[in-house]
Design a protein around this ligand. Structure first.
Ligand SMILES: Cc1cc2nc3c(=O)[nH]c(=O)nc-3n(C[C@H](O)[C@H](O)[C@H](O)COP(=O)(O)O)c2cc1C
Length: 368
């Protein structure tokens, strides 16, 4: 029966946390936090509206774990205890509406602008940031930087649990610090943090292991991964990504969130093969819940992703334009309107002015 699975509940086996359907809100930066990283009412409204409208899991935008890991102004912070109060308000609101709440935590690494963080950005290896408007010199991480950032990730997860969230998602995708360590383009280290896939994966695996030791068993630790090269994010091999996923399954991670920007695609490395990218992941990690995001618009797209092996779909752009997607998608004939959306439509979808201004920077998203 079509659309049957999307509206069934899902239980994460390690934590026993339950989602009332298979629909998650994808993590989306919305530039609405206060300058000090504390939560704003506009950000609360945008997320809580989606919890109210039936999304089974709300994943926040990327929140920075260290002060020098901020990626842009108006970003949500989780690097100090002062952030816990706003996060608690958010977690309570999400739970009051029956959804699970997950904070996406990250460090920008090379992609944290110096003018924002006040110090030189750092990454796995020293390099000049490619594709930057003005040349940016990035320094290589010292061993102290690596140990400090591990502690910062762990402390951020502890804050998320204190605030009442159900889990965290490590942002290992889209070219930020954890991705920079995985990538052979940005990681040319010759110590234990670079070189082989095992060494390049060490930062992520260490964070997972140390976080596990610091939070309760019911608190979920997931990760978002870019499985292959995309846009300006290079240096990721598909088979190495599958291997990393297998290691993370051995490490008993709660979920892997695959972010190929196109959920229903074949891997670039194996375009001539029969199998879809999701099927490779399903085979590699039979026992780990998989979330997938990327150009899922209709209920039929979502069902197809579930058929290919995902357990949960995460919705980005369509969820910005349709706060009530979970209700709309129950109609088998529902076809969402595509961007551009008018400003008044976006206001009705609970986007505040800062978010709408940001979406104007996404080509073709907001009507001129
Ligand atoms: C406005 C906007 C902000 C985003 N911010 C984040 C982010 O903070 N963290 C992240 O992992 N992905 C981010 N993404 C990527 C989305 O989570 C999602 O993977 C991507 O948009 C593809 O899904 P979609 O086609 O349903 O939009 C963002 C996407 C959009 C449109």
């Amino acid at each position: 029966m079509p659309h049957q699975k999307l509206f069934t509940s899902f239980t994460f086996h390690r934590s026993q946390k339950q989602m009332h359907n298979r629909i998650a809100l994808a993590p989306m930066t919305n530039m609405q936090s206060h300058d000090d990283g504390t939560l704003s009412e506009a950000e609360y409204e945008w997320l809580i509206r989606r919890a109210k409208e039936g999304f089974g899991m709300i994943i926040t935008c990327a929140a920075n774990v260290s002060k020098d890991g901020q990626g842009w102004p108006g970003e949500l912070g989780i690097y100090e205890d002062k952030h816990i109060e706003g996060l608690t308000h958010l977690a309570n609101g999400i739970h009051a509406n029956g959804s699970l709440g997950v904070v996406q935590i990250f460090h920008g690494g090379a992609r944290s602008p110096q003018e924002l963080i006040g110090v030189q950005p750092w990454s796995a290896s020293a390099h000049e940031m490619p594709h930057a408007k003005v040349p940016v010199q990035v320094r290589a991480a010292t061993i102290e930087d690596i140990h400090r950032v591990i502690e910062d990730f762990v402390a951020a997860a502890v804050r998320a649990e204190k605030a009442g969230f159900d889990g965290i998602e490590l942002h290992g995708a889209h070219g930020y610090l954890l991705h920079q360590f995985l990538s052979t383009t940005t990681n040319q280290r010759t110590d234990e943090w670079g070189g082989s896939n095992e060494n390049r994966s060490r930062l992520i695996r260490t964070i997972v292991q140390k976080t596990k030791a610091a939070v309760s068993q019911h608190f979920m630790i997931g990760i978002r991964l870019s499985p292959e090269d995309k846009y300006t994010f290079q240096g990721i091999d598909f088979d190495e990504s599958l291997q990393l996923a297998k290691w993370l399954e051995e490490d008993d991670i709660d979920f892997i969130h695959v972010s190929p920007w196109e959920a229903l695609k074949k891997p670039e490395k194996y375009l001539d093969c029969e199998k879809f990218l999701l099927e490779y992941f399903r085979e590699a990690i039979p026992n780990t819940p998989i979330i997938v995001a990327g150009n899922i618009w209709s209920g039929a797209d979502a069902e197809k992703a579930l058929e290919l092996g995902a357990d949960i779909v995460a919705l980005g752009k369509v969820a910005i334009g349709h706060a009530n997607w979970p209700t709309l998608a129950k109609d088998l004939n529902f076809q969402p309107t595509q961007p551009p959306y008018s400003v008044s439509h976006l206001e009705k979808q609970s986007l505040g002015p800062a978010f709408i201004a940001y979406m104007k920077r996404w080509k073709g998203f907001v009507e001129e």
